[in-house]
Design a protein around this ligand. Structure first.
Ligand code: SF4
Length: 351
């Protein structure tokens, strides 16, 4: 007997296959570009979008913000992906790109767009370079600003961006880190060194309601006038939860892993202890719903980075695949000492 014709099911299966093909093509383009750049030069190019840092929660432990270094390393080494993005994650990424392109159209029509997708590169040693691309540079009544267009949804993003009854809204931490690099790099760019700040242009994916945050740098300069460190000023308030020096240091640590073929340690906290969970609940960094699910044993709670949705190497890293044995030596204690020496030297000489 023939199956009942179900157009909804057939349609969804078809467009999801289209999405999958698009995702595979994009992955191929990305891999080929990476292969070419690896063959062309032996310089490790670190992207500010891969920045990360440890944020002190004030309760005796820190949380990793931004990208996991192990994941960045595996990406760089073109390691085999064990956990592909699903349709939803891939669509989210693509719609984010479409949102950004459309806002460029509006900036252009408004007559404020100076540059879109502006690329910058800064060599910090013979072997390491930092390279990134910011969304827009705009002219607002004769003054220049970076604009980063970001769409978002979900409990955690909304709480961070809009704030709550007890916290001020602010940009997402990885966006702050990324733009601290951009602002510092632009200060040395003859074309755009007069850029004053980054405006984060957030919109929810549902209502498209806007939220704008402003990021500036509180800089420390040496006797030659070069920036040696900086803290973020967010909406007029200076914060010390991250510094430029820390971000650069971590970038160099990642570059050293790549150059020396040593697998970075697992930095995110895959599974929080009960104490951590209760503390994070008390400051609303874990929702009540998630907490109740965890109490009933329905879910584990840990760093968002370590999940099959956000990490393409989750199964490999967590040992869920037969050939998971790391191909790179990893002696974390030896590495820590080695990095300290290399990092301090490179930082003071070249940034
Ligand atoms: S599973 Fe976690 S520690 Fe391992 S690579 Fe992914 S994010 Fe990093």
């Amino acid at each position: 007997m023939s199956e009942i014709f179900d157009p909804a099911k057939i349609y969804l299966n078809s467009i999801n296959r289209g999405c999958e093909l698009d995702s595979e093509e994009q992955e191929e383009v990305y891999k080929n570009k990476r292969k070419e750049s690896l063959q062309e030069n032996s310089v490790v190019v670190i992207s500010p979008s891969r920045s990360s840092f440890f944020r002190d929660t004030g309760a005796g432990f820190s949380l990793l913000e931004g990208k996991c270094q192990r994941q960045a390393f595996l990406d760089y080494k073109l390691a085999t992906v064990t956990n592909k993005s699903d349709h939803i994650s891939y669509r989210r990424m693509r719609y984010g790109q479409i949102y950004e392109a459309q806002e460029h159209v509006y900036e252009k029509k408004a007559g404020i767009l100076i540059e879109s997708n502006y690329r910058m590169e800064k060599k910090i040693s013979d072997k390491v370079s930092i390279s990134g691309e910011l969304d827009s540079i705009v002219n607002l009544e004769g003054r220049k600003f970076i604009v980063e267009h970001k769409s978002y949804d979900g409990y955690y993003a909304e709480k961070q961006i809009k704030g709550s009854s007890t916290t001020n809204g602010m940009p997402k931490y990885d966006h702050i880190a990324q733009n601290m690099f951009y602002l510092a790099m632009l200060k040395e760019d003859p074309k755009h060194q007069d850029v004053e700040a980054t405006l984060f242009h957030y919109r929810t994916r549902g209502s498209l309601e806007p939220t704008i945050h402003v990021l500036q740098l509180a800089e420390t300069r040496n006797s030659e006038g070069k920036i040696v460190d900086a803290y973020p000023i967010i909406n007029g308030t200076e914060y010390h939860f991250v510094s430029l020096k820390e971000l650069i240091t971590r970038g160099i640590i990642l570059a050293n892993h790549i150059l020396n073929n040593t697998l970075p340690p697992r930095e995110p906290d895959y599974e929080y202890s009960e104490d951590k969970i209760r503390y994070l609940l008390s400051i609303s960094e874990i929702s009540k719903t998630k907490f109740q699910e965890w109490e009933k044993g329905k879910t584990k709670l840990g760093s968002w980075q370590c999940s099959r949705i956000y990490c393409s190497y989750f199964d490999r890293c967590m040992g869920h695949t037969p050939n998971n044995k790391a191909s790179w030596p990893c002696d974390e204690d030896i590495l820590k000492d080695m990095y300290k020496e290399t990092v301090d030297k490179t930082f003071t000489e070249n940034w």
